[in-house]
Ligand binder design. Structure first.
Ligand code: ATP
Ligand code: MG
Length: 357
């Protein structure tokens, strides 16, 4: 039997509540499908941990994570701890150290959920593949002539051949594997960014030659943002640089009806290192401790993690049960207009799973 090692970092605020439900869902999937085992390493790394120790994770934190297949993360963030501490102290080092160069963001409207767009679930069902370790967020640059009238900030984007090609190739493979419209849109801005995006387009066109069965198209990111709203039903897979992907995926999660629903994965496709799975939302201090956070984002994320681990039956079961719950609409949290608690929604998903097998 396959035994998967998962590092669990619930983090802060509602991260703790939603990951708790996600773990129970994974355990139920394990029982019901019977084909695999899971060993969890529970890690208390969080802003609370930072306030006690001065670090988001221990010095050998990355070493501890190293021999896991996956990391299941809730959210980090706490009032009074600046965002850059949690970001640079935990999330970014993990993404970089483990070369999680793919950020996968399904933009899919679940049945029973209202999108702010006048569109139904059949119209909003695509995936954004965001480059996750370089590009505009490489951190290169500086400030020159500081304190003088000619003070100037320079922020350099870095697009390597390897880094650009591998994310684009992954997106083409995904478009092929999804077996839907087999179309890939690349977010560009080569009319204004005359080095980085011209290079990006060139690599995209080169790689496209290896995928004659996939319809490949370049779109300027500004036009693409409008396309998300006007014609989402035309979209299958989108590939974007770090910055463009960041903005487009937030737009995408809004289209899904609540930030509490959106899942994400930070993947190292070669499986050389652990990949990290986290709901898109943050720690939401305004509703922390109230037991009303929507666990759907974390549960959907768990389904993506199971799929990544090769447990596709379990992944499908979780997803189907979760969507059956949203479609029925009896157990929804306040962000979706319901009255259910986090635990009730988790329980409803698990009951559905038992009915579906
Ligand atoms: P962080 O600093 O960790 O990013 P945040 O306060 O910015 O935390 P977000 O997750 O970005 O929190 O969400 C913004 C708001 O959306 C929250 O304040 C909360 O009201 C709502 N929200 C987020 N996630 C959920 C959820 N899972 N269920 C219900 N409401 C949510
Ligand atoms: Mg936030």
């Amino acid at each position: 039997m396959n035994k998967h090692r998962i590092a669990v970092i619930p983090g802060d605020g509602i991260g703790v509540d939603v990951i708790n439900e996600g773990i129970k869902v994974i355990d139920t999937a394990k029982e019901l499908t019977g084909g695999f085992d899971v060993e969890y390493t529970h890690l208390p790394w969080s802003c609370e941990y930072y306030l006690k120790t001065g670090r988001m994770m221990p010095e050998d934190g990355l070493d501890i994570l190293k021999d896991h297949e996956a990391i299941y993360l809730g959210a980090v963030g706490f009032p009074g701890v600046p965002d850059h501490i949690s970001l640079w102290g935990l999330l970014l080092p993990i993404r970089k150290e483990f070369d999680e160069y793919i950020n996968l963001r399904p933009i899919k409207l679940l049945k029973g959920i209202q999108s702010p767009l006048r569109k139904g679930p059949e119209d909003i069902d695509f995936v954004v593949v965001r480059e996750n370790v370089e590009g505009e967020y490489s951190g290169a640059g500086g400030i020159v002539h500081q304190g003088t009238p000619s003070e100037t900030a320079i922020q350099t984007s870095i697009f390597t051949r390897v880094g650009t090609e591998r994310v684009i190739r992954y997106a083409f493979e995904l478009a092929r594997k999804r077996g839907g419209k087999k179309s890939l849109i690349s977010a560009t801005k080569s009319n204004a960014l005359n080095y980085s995006m011209v290079f990006w387009d060139r690599v995209f066109n080169e790689v496209a030659k290896d995928y004659p069965d996939v319809t490949a198209r370049l779109m300027h990111v500004d036009a693409l943002a409008g396309y998300f709203i006007l014609k989402p039903e035309q979209i299958d897979v989108v590939v974007a640089s770090n910055l463009f992907g960041d903005i487009l995926t937030d737009l995408g999660s809004a289209m899904q009806g609540s930030i509490g629903i959106a899942p994400s994965a930070n993947i190292n496709p070669e499986k050389k290192y652990p990949s990290m799975f986290e709901p898109v939302h943050g720690s939401a201090p305004d509703i922390a401790g109230k037991g009303i956070a929507n666990p759907i984002g974390a549960i959907w994320t768990a389904s993506m993690m199971l799929d990544f681990l090769g447990e596709s039956d379990a992944a499908r079961l979780v997803f189907k049960a979760m969507e059956a719950v949203t479609e029925e609409g009896t157990y929804l949290t306040a962000d979706l207009g319901g009255k259910a608690t986090t635990q009730q929604v988790g329980e409803a998903v698990r009951n559905k799973m038992r009915q579906l097998v």
